[in-house]
Design a binder for this molecule. Structure first.
Ligand SMILES: C[S@@+](CC[C@H](N)C(=O)[O-])C[C@H]1O[C@@H](n2cnc3c(N)ncnc32)[C@H](O)[C@@H]1O
Length: 195
């Protein structure tokens, strides 16, 4: 299979399975590897539009609470609370904290900043989002909770790794097959808050 057909394969597979985005397949792969999706969890999905990850979560967490947030308005998904807002805003964080009275068991972020055409800048902005997710997790994640966040391989990699190592007991990196091969996109998996 050449590269274009290979990528189309994931796009059509996601559509055939009824997912709103090919990103849904990345979460399925991440979960196959790290097995973090369980029923009855408090789950936060950051950067959820158009909702592929939320659709995957919905199938696994019907007894739990899930909140999705994105800058863009997300079309309703049964059983999931969706809000429009900037994760970096204090007001959004306040809404998240209000929704989850207790701690959050699983924090997922597939956030990517809008592309500007300048790859270095795009990479830096997305990695700042990842660092913000790690900071937020430190205060809101349950003791044995899990964080998965997108980042781009680039200059900030060491900063992300250092922060994650300091805050969590175990960290791993994983690039799903359904992530475009030429993209610098990858995911960090962190579990167990350091005491
Ligand atoms: C790759 S898409 C997410 C796809 C999604 N996981 C799915 O399965 O459909 C990245 C999203 O991150 C969102 N995003 C970027 N910066 C954000 C921010 N500061 N706050 C909230 N969402 C943000 C974008 O609006 C975009 O919809």
């Amino acid at each position: 299979m050449d590269k274009t057909n290979y990528q189309d394969h994931f796009f059509f597979r996601a559509k055939t399975l009824g997912y709103r985005s090919r990103s849904a397949l990345k979460l399925i792969e991440l979960n196959k590897k790290f097995k973090f999706l369980k029923n009855g969890l408090n789950i936060l999905d950051v950067g959820s539009y158009p909702g592929g990850w939320c659709q995957v979560i919905q199938k696994k967490n019907n007894k739990g609470k899930t909140l999705g947030i994105d800058l863009k308005k997300i079309e309703q998904i049964k059983g999931i609370k969706l809000i429009e807002g900037d994760f970096l805003d204090t007001n959004s964080k306040k809404k998240i904290n209000e929704y989850f009275a207790s701690s959050i068991d699983l924090i997922l972020s597939d956030m990517a900043s809008n592309t500007t055409g300048n790859k270095g800048l795009d990479c830096m902005r997305t990695n700042q989002l990842c660092l913000d997710v790690l900071d937020f997790s430190k205060n809101k994640l349950s003791k044995n909770g899990v964080v998965i966040s997108k980042f781009f391989m680039g200059e900030e990699f060491n900063e992300i790794k250092t922060k994650a190592k300091k805050n969590f007991k175990k960290i791993d990196f994983f690039k799903p097959q359904s992530s475009r091969g030429e993209s610098r996109e990858s995911y960090i998996h962190c579990c167990g808050l350091s005491t």
